[in-house]
Design a protein around this ligand. Sequence first.
Ligand SMILES: Cc1cc2nc3c(=O)[nH]c(=O)nc-3n(C[C@H](O)[C@H](O)[C@H](O)COP(=O)(O)OP(=O)(O)OC[C@H]3O[C@@H](n4cnc5c(N)ncnc54)[C@H](O)[C@@H]3O)c2cc1C
Length: 358
Amino acid sequence: MLDVVVIGAGQAGLSAAYYLAARGLEPERDFVVLDANAGPGGAWRHRWPSLTLGAAHAVHDLPGMKLGEPDPSEPASAVVGRYYGSYEDVFELPIHRPVKVLAIRPRDPDDGSSPLLVETDRGVYETRLVINGTGTWDKPYWPSYPGQRTFTGRQLHTHDFRSVSEFAGKRVLVVGGGTSAVQFLLQLAGAGVKTAWSTRRPPEFTTRAFDPEWGRDVERGVNARTAAGLPPLSVVAATGIPLIEAYQRGITAGTLVSRGGIERIEAERVVFDDGSAFDADVILWATGFRAALDHLAPLKLREPGGGILMDGVKVLKEERLLLVGYGASASTLGATRAGRAAAVEASRRLARIPEHAL
Ligand SMILES: Cc1cc2nc3c(=O)[nH]c(=O)nc-3n(C[C@H](O)[C@H](O)[C@H](O)COP(=O)(O)OP(=O)(O)OC[C@H]3O[C@@H](n4cnc5c(N)ncnc54)[C@H](O)[C@@H]3O)c2cc1C
């Protein structure tokens, strides 16, 4: 029986694993990290090649080892994959991959302190606690609109975007109000692709300085939702889009001007709320992600509002589970801090768990 199973080897899971080892838990004997990916990098492994490190917001250092100053023109997927890979090696973290967790359930459903069974595609792990850091990448969010199925062109999500070269000569509608949408639009327009942008609300460009006070405001906002059992807004969505010079130029050129919300989708065009339309070959849904938590369903944690009641990394309904990278900690900085908080809380709980639960 393990003390802790960490699920996910992204920023959150790696940080948790580092701090578990630092608090004296023995890798493999006391804890393991299960990761569905074939190699290191968490979600960053899958980011499209044109998302360079320079175009990312910022990747925070993991504890105990700095990212350093990699070439900002290198794809973030390669930089972060390499960084996490060395990190796993240097700290000899017990990563098991590829192992996909399918479900987590109590060994004894009537005993709130019985061990948890972590069911995976490679067998079952039995553990006293789980630290879950499964991120959002595996749960792309697709909104639905009247007529969407009748569209005869291509529809894809950020999750499956690879390169603007796929869209040469096409008319592309980009949907979504976040940084990914903005970056796609600029890249597509730069490659001569005809684009239009749809956002439900006016885009929230901000000139506010990204200082610590701003960071605290964002965290307070997201925490207020998770503490009320509501699904979190992504941190990126809660921050607004920093109005850098390139974005200002895009606004002036008309590329970054939203046509408003979608009223309906027809076979070859999209009609906006104001009645105007765009003839489209492609709809690119840059509509974000949700927390990838389907494997927690047997624990019945969801509130009527659709979220999970949280206090920091603690799940109020389930003592044997800590969530990292969820809600306010869904950024590389937040995930790093959450990993530490979860490891501290896990050691506190392990000291408290009654012997009969072993
Ligand atoms: C396009 C995009 C750009 C972003 N840019 C930035 C940025 O510049 N700066 C920033 O701070 N944040 C950014 N973010 C937010 C980013 O997701 C977080 O910062 C951080 O990388 C998330 O770390 P994580 O450990 O929570 O999750 P992830 O990196 O997603 O890692 C989760 C891991 O869990 C594994 N996993 C998932 N489900 C299972 C399962 N059932 N069983 C086993 N393993 C599983 C996955 O395979 C993955 O390896 C961005 C997000 C997106 C979508």
